[in-house]
Design a protein around this ligand. Sequence first.
Ligand code: FSO
Ligand code: SF4
Length: 535
Amino acid sequence: MFCYQCEQTAKGGCTKAGVCGKADSTATLQDLLLHLTKGLSQVAIAARKEGVTDARVNRFVAEAVFSTLTNVNFDDARFVTLIKECVALREALKARVPGAAFDGPAVIQPAADLDGLVAQGRQYGVENDPETDPDLRSLKHTLTYGLKGVAAYVDHAAILGQEDEKVHASLQELLVATLSTDLTLAQCVEAALECGRVNIRAMELLDAANTTTYGHPEPTEVRLGATRGKAILVSGHDLKDLATLLRQTEGKGINVYTHGEMLPCTAYPELKKYKHLAGHYGTAWQNQKKEFAEFPGAILMTTNCIQKPTTYLENIFTTGLVGWPGAVHVPNGDFTPVIEKALSMDGFPADTDKGTVMTGFARNAVMSVADTVIGAVKSGDIRHFFLVGGCDGAKPGRNYYTEFVEKAPKDTVILTLACGKFRFFDKKLGDIGGIPRLLDVGQCNDAYSAVQIALALAKAFDCGVNDLPLSLVLSWYEQKAVAILLSLLALGIRDIRLGPSLPAFITPNVLSYLVENYNIAPISTPDEDLKAILG
Ligand code: FSO
Ligand code: SF4
């Protein structure tokens, strides 16, 4: 195996096993599935030209690619099933365009068993990319990882019924573009920016999916303590799974808690209406081994980021695209096994009080107080906005973000999103004329909302986003962050600070390009960066 797609990668890439816990066989099956998905996309593109589209093919491409994103699925058996389905869909679609001719991954026949598939997959890893130019390779791998992020957003939105044929078409075309060895540097850059643009549309669909189904998030105070009694913990990012579970647990004497990126779900009117949505438990994904082991109830993992379960293997359930070998998978939205497990466990013996945090400052909530915000900027009460957001992770260097927020002057406002916020989410930073200094916009999946807030402020001040008193200080871990970064670049946003380390798949020349054209900078120290930003 060779994998360097996430921030946690071993020096020089993960080669024997993933730092994330991904086995060599799993990584190799993922490489094969991704390659075959490009073959399915080739056929889908040819079919589209003939006026043939297939809704299941569109969904499958997004699901298969999302399955290869960091910390989603570690179960080889599930990848074997996905590989077989990919080829079956491909052949069925081919039969609908009998005149078309195919090559490459559109004609590969999969081996019969797991060992054979792993042997086959070895040919299609990133280390065997036929592209020989290191900078083109770097850009194409950036594109591939960005597309994994796009696939995640497409899948999330589709689960709630929001799809756009154009987005499916672009995702498939860009996947096929990664196969080409004829692209110039300019074409690779353009493909990466196109990935960013498609991602904005995918995130827009997801925003529409979430807000039309569950209402616009409202500023909400969330309890961090526990309530005595039986308990289920929901982690990942999927709103529909949480809604379904809340419905299925109503009246059963079970309290449901959010974990990690599920925290902002507590702010949606159609989710917060459930009285047994009792609060938030724990922090970011990389702390789950400790936090899940101490949780006295069942745990449901709806999307990334799952880690190897320890003592709690029999209490943790996966759903959707998530998989861990040995953990019970609930494929169909019937969470009875999770509920039965929770009822069989002790639950919390007593109420505990750990204070509260605020969430729910998505675009609607922030823009409803736009006049106050704009007035505070004009009067000088608010000097600057920082968007301190992105993924959390286990590697050292991430204390930068805690310190940055702590040291940000009192006349500045911090917007945040994604799991990186757990480094400072419970800090009491006060307010500026009634505007809280710490505003949780939502999940990483709500980056669209943050972009809309920035665009609305730019419109109000009649300037470009780059001219606003706003600085982006981002942390990254997995591939959704790559997609979001490409979206920000596609919007022309400059001066982004990125950490804790730069992607291993970015070559020095590609980095120079990003610095020259977008003034991207790696984070340094909170003091130096604050000084540079605020002058
Ligand atoms: Fe975090 Fe994991 Fe949401 Fe990522 S939970 S690291 S950007 O997968 O998805 O923020
Ligand atoms: Fe390594 Fe990250 Fe790939 Fe896991 S996802 S194998 S940690 S680079």
